[in-house]
Design a protein around this ligand. Sequence first.
Ligand SMILES: Cc1cc2nc3c(=O)[nH]c(=O)nc-3n(C[C@H](O)[C@H](O)[C@H](O)COP(=O)(O)OP(=O)(O)OC[C@H]3O[C@@H](n4cnc5c(N)ncnc54)[C@H](O)[C@@H]3O)c2cc1C
Length: 440
Amino acid sequence: MKNNVLNKRNFAEGASKLPNSVWVQTAPSVIETHSLEKDISTEVAIIGAGYTGLSAALHLAPDISPVVIEANEVGHGASGRNNGLVIPTLSKADPEEIIRIFGQEKGEQTIALIRDSASLVFNLIRKHNMEKAGEQTGWIQPAHSPGRMKLIEKRVTEWSKRGLKADLLDKEQLEGLVGSSAWFGGWIAHDGGTIHPMAYVRGMAKAVVNLGARIFTNSPALSLTRDDNGWLIRTKNGSVKANRVILATNAYTDDLWPKLRRTIIPVKTWQMATKPLSDNIRKAILPGRHGLSDTRGDLEFARYDWDGRLVSGASLIFDINSENRLRAHVGKRLQKNFPQLGQVEWEFIWSGFLSMTTDYLPRLHVLAPGVFTWLGCNGRGVALSTAMGSVLADLVRGQPIKDAPLPVTDLKTVPAHGLVTQFARINLLQRRRNDKKEFN
Ligand SMILES: Cc1cc2nc3c(=O)[nH]c(=O)nc-3n(C[C@H](O)[C@H](O)[C@H](O)COP(=O)(O)OP(=O)(O)OC[C@H]3O[C@@H](n4cnc5c(N)ncnc54)[C@H](O)[C@@H]3O)c2cc1C
């Protein structure tokens, strides 16, 4: 059970190696960076070189040149490990629900931020010429039950009303787009698509440095304390004095800021890539290279990489004989959805942690004057982290907190956090039960 849980200890226990993932093996090379070996000062320091931190840096530069401090490599966290589905929605709450919880004005602002988040990703890729970083082919969510199809109808109505380019797909239309009759219909968000996660984060790092920002890697921030009028970040061999700080550590948050780690539940999920599929199979399965993830609580998802590998994955309750179990489990699942596949041959398996909140909503915090963070992607962090990077950049520039497009909330730790984190994955049993119930 030990390595189900991300904590300070396994962070220090050589987490710095990048996983042997298809993304690491096929990404353009990363710009050269070094560890911090001296004392420097800057207007804005950003801790964490994933989509959040680097998007914030991209939205600040060139007029503010931030310093980015990363414990490991660029994209070491979830940003280099994910499935790369670019999705302009939250995982649970749809617009009416967002308004019910956040209120009319803030709710509409949040909705607009999420609606535009996928396009923001692809616009950044185009603007900064990020090599092989993304394809805006659209994201499809098939319904695994008639009940979920009803939910999707409501989802499409609510999002379309707010300007998201979305279409409902009946069973036949869905089958035409994805090459499977396993679902009951679905919908497409046309602004969505897929990224090469590592190419995107490395592309961001390159763009940020080109704009004058500095990135220091293999330099964990060990403390963050008040200093004169600003903040002091200490690393092993250096320090950064900054007027303002963005903590962009998300699921990989350690104990740098008191209590922050305990406000989210880091959940381990597995990703897997097949060997490249034949042209014939690729014409039959997801021929338009859409990104796909369905409505199950125990999510079923798939997309192609640039070489025609199908990239999918799953969550597990226990880490025992994980890779063999995953090969069988996810292979069977893909064959059920796409019988054209035949025998599934896996080439890569890796894992990462995503940050969950108890209500599946993102959190935006002002931790102290001049220290900002957000957490809680709930599995939708590619587009959302990129958008939240821009939100954090605006706050750092001095935007009044009341004008942030999300409510700024106080830190709220998850009760019995250690226990909840240890057992979070057992929740999967309940989700699987719900998925079955709904089907009947
Ligand atoms: C397996 C997996 C699949 C996913 N699939 C999808 C998907 O298909 N679509 C989607 O929308 N979302 C997906 N997500 C979620 C998405 O990847 C994340 O929400 C997003 O990458 C978060 O970006 P981030 O920059 O906020 O955090 P991260 O990318 O996790 O970056 C945080 C960084 O902070 C660094 N750090 C931590 N502590 C310190 C410290 N003390 N000092 C210095 N640096 C520190 C870490 O090393 C890390 O690099 C997935 C996540 C995982 C794990």
